[in-house]
Every structure is written in C-alpha cells, then in structure tokens.
Design a binder for this molecule. Structure first.
Ligand code: DLL
Length: 428
C-alpha cells in the first residue's frame, strides 16, 4: 500500500506539483547560489521562463566536477545557521562532494526513505538492522532516519563487525537488514562460519543499494538467505538513499519519488534528452531541497525510465536497476564492455560463486584484462572444466574473452566488509 497519496496520483497531478516545485527550486537557486545565477544568466534563462516541466531542458546541467570546483559550500543555498547536517560522498580521489540539509530537508529525506521502506514491504514495528556505514556517507543515517519515521526499530550497527551483526540479528530477531549487496553475501558466509544456516536467520527483507547488483547476484542473495532482496537507489548529491526503490509487489524497476526528484534520461555523450524506454544517463533535479537545490545533475548512472502502470498501483515512474556507470566502461581490444555484463554472464554459470575481480593492465601499449572467478563450494565441475565453460560463455554472450582467466578455489577472492565493493582494479 502507498505510504503517501501522491504515490498513486494521476500523471497530471504529479506534473502540476512538479512544475510548481521546479519553479520554486530554480528561483531559490538563482537567488541564493551565485554559481547557478551565473550559469542561468549565461544560458539566457530567467526563473520566470520556467512554466512547465518541459522547460527543464532550458536549464544548465550540473556535474560532479561542479561539486568539486565549488567545494566546500559554493553550491549551498542556505546560511550555515539554517543548515542542520552536512554529509559527503567520499569518492576515490580528492575531496569529498559536500552536501547540506536544512531541518525541512532532513524531514523530506526521512519521509522518502520511510516511503521507500513501505514500498519494500517493511511495516511499522519492524526491526531494521542497519549495516550501512555511518559518518559522512549518507547510507547509515539515511536508512536510520527513514526507518524511524516509518515507525520501525533501528539497530544502528554500521558497517563491519560481522560476527556481532549475526549475533545481534539472532538475539533481536531483526526482520530487515539494510546493507550493500556485496555485504549481504559476506554476512551469509560469516553466519555460516558461525554455525548458522543463513536461511534460518530471522531476516525477511534485505534493502540493498549503494552499488550495482545484477539479477544473478540478487538471485544468489535471495536464495542464500531466503529473503526478498529490494534494490534502493540514491546519491549524496541529490539526497542520499531514497531517490527510488523497488516495490515488493513487482520487484521490477525502482519507483522514483517524482514529487521530490525530477528524472530525465540523456545521451551520455551529448547530454541531449532521450525518449521513454531509451537507455541513457540518469539526470536528476531536486524539487524541494532548500540547502542544496541541484539542477539537472548528471548522475553518471545508466538506466531507462518506464511510465507504464505497475502492479503495486503506484503511478510514479520506474527506472531500471542501475548496473553500470558511464565511467565504468572498459575498452579492451576494441570491445566496449561494462563490468556488470561480465558479472551477469559469469554468475549465470552453474558452479561459479558470486565473487570475481577484473584487473586491467597495459602490455606493449595494449590494454589487457585479467579476470579472476571464484568457484562455488558446491561446484560439480573441475577448475579446468569451469575455465572452459566460462570462456565459452563469455565468447557466446559478449563476443569477448579476457586475456587471462583464473578460476580460483572457494573463498580465495578478498571480501569487503565495509564500504562499497571494488571489483575492477585498473593498473594502467
Ligand atoms: O550510495 C547512497 C545510498 C546509500 C544508496 C545506501 C542506497 C543505499 P553515494 O555514496 O553518493 O550515495 O553514491 C552514489 O552509488 O550514483 C550510483 O552510482 C551508486 N548507487 C547507489 N545506489 C545504487 C543502486 C549512496 N541501488 C552512487 N544500484 C550512485 C546501483 C547504486 N548503483
């Protein structure tokens, strides 16, 4: 059931609300953020030019470089005395992108995460064990606030301490585990080592996000822990977790909370808008953020939007699961590939565990890929047999084979206990 009536409103009502909020957002950005005033002036667009949502395309786009250039607070639209919270996304290099929230922003964030949890089938009274990291990262605090706003009980475990997490889940009978997809597998392995059957643990729903999860990976998580796995998406620049989530009824695409975030899909090369059903880069505009209004943010995440009806009754647009980013693209010997394509193909093979790594090198001025794939505990094929099957499958599905393929025994690939998993190691 929808948490808020707007989730099932008709398109016209949604469009009207979006238009009203878009006008306010552009006006706030223009008045309070010199960066946006300059950009809008350069584009020759005045806030009064924005009438309907179709006018969003008149607005300049914002990139992650803009966040970096405006570090620390150049994009903030509120004074420090109105800002109640700062978060940041670490990134792998350089300074974090800092993001800010007023009291009202925190309330909206709590509301969209509460809505997300409700869509995931989590009910008030549920015990939510939160294994997302706390600190500058938005995962821990975001899920906590939303679960409390829904009327749940939060166990703020944060990342890591897995033995303690398993024990806590058993002792407190946690219904929900919130964590990255890779951590849920780590959690299952640790539980097994502690003598538990992961399928017998109390958890019924895993709210996973913050990193991509292909279908075979989801199937593995759901089977290993006998849970429903729900994909939640979000990013610090826009709010944190809670931009969109799968509904438990359909588990097919993530409903974007369109009354708060306006989505578009653009061609990643040209930045030009693409039509419904076309895959491209997700671009988001905040519709009610006070401290950090963001116009047309180039997320770098690749997906597709669908406006058709969903069996859950929600009318809010759905996006496909994000399995790739524009900057993930690997080009080896002229073949363009996303790591998720390799993951999808390899994990579909019987006898392969959901653990792999991709190493990229340069040899004699050419890019070279080494793929390491772990065998499942219950694999019936030998290492050599799996080697052949994996190569054949990659060739058949992707018309690609790595320069080097290593099939390694169960447990050989290092697991990540905290943060986001890294599977691609670029040594070039
Ligand atoms: O990862 C927010 C979050 C926390 C989302 C907890 C879900 C759960 P950032 O650290 O700013 O914020 O990273 C945002 O992570 O642009 C995507 O590339 C990726 N990402 C987030 N959720 C998903 C997902 C949080 N469900 C970046 N599937 C985004 C795939 C995701 N990628």
């Amino acid at each position: 059931m929808a948490h808020k009536p707007i989730e099932t409103a008709d398109r016209e009502e949604i469009r009207e609300l979006q238009a009203e909020r878009l006008r306010e957002t552009v006006a706030t950005a223009y008045e309070n953020v010199p960066f946006y005033r300059d950009r809008l002036d350069e584009a020759g667009v005045a806030p009064a030019d924005i009438e309907s949502v179709a006018d969003v395309t008149l607005l300049p786009q914002t990139t992650k470089e803009d966040f970096r250039d405006e570090y620390p607070d150049g994009l903030f639209a509120a004074e420090m005395d109105e800002i109640r919270r700062i978060h940041g996304s670490s990134g792998t290099t350089g300074k974090p992108k800092l993001v800010a929230y007023t009291e009202s922003d925190l309330e909206v964030w709590g509301e969209v995460v509460a809505r997300s949890l409700a869509a995931a089938g989590v009910e008030p009274g549920a015990t939510v064990q939160n294994a997302y990291g706390y600190g500058l990262f938005t995962g821990g605090h975001g899920l906590e606030h939303g679960a409390e706003a829904l009327g749940g009980t939060v166990i703020p475990m944060g990342g890591g301490n897995t033995d303690q997490q398993v024990q806590m889940m058993v002792d407190m009978e946690s219904d929900v585990l919130a964590c990255t997809p890779s951590y849920s597998l780590y959690f299952a392995e640790a539980a097994e080592e502690m003598g538990h059957d992961p399928r017998e643990l109390p958890v019924e729903t895993i709210i996973f996000g913050a990193e991509p999860c292909t279908d075979p990976m989801r199937e593995e998580i759901e089977a290993r822990l006998d849970v429903t796995g729900i994909d939640i998406y979000g990013l610090s620049e826009i709010v944190g977790p809670g931009v969109s989530i799968e509904c438990h009824e359909a588990q097919e695409g993530l409903h974007i909370w369109e009354d708060r975030f306006f989505p578009e899909i653009v061609d990643p090369e040209t930045g030009e808008p693409l039509g419904e059903g076309e895959e491209g880069e997700l671009v988001l505009t905040t519709l009610s953020k006070e401290a950090l209004p963001v116009l047309r943010y180039r997320t770098g995440d690749l997906t597709t939007l669908y406006y058709d009806e969903c069996e859950c009754g929600r009318t809010m647009v759905r996006m496909d699961n994000v399995t790739g980013r524009t900057d993930d693209l690997i080009i080896v010997r002229g073949v363009n590939l996303y790591p998720s394509q390799i993951e999808h193909t390899v994990l579909d093979i019987e006898g392969v565990a959901p653990h792999y790594r991709i190493d990229l090198y340069t040899k004699d001025n050419l890019d070279v890929m080494e793929l390491t794939v772990e065998m499942a505990e219950d694999a019936t094929k030998s290492q050599d047999e799996l080697h052949e099957v994996v190569l054949d499958e990659l060739d058949a599905v992707l018309a690609f084979t790595p320069d080097d393929l290593d099939i390694v025994p169960p447990g050989s690939i290092a697991r990540s206990e905290v943060g986001k998993v890294q599977r691609v190691f670029d040594h070039r």
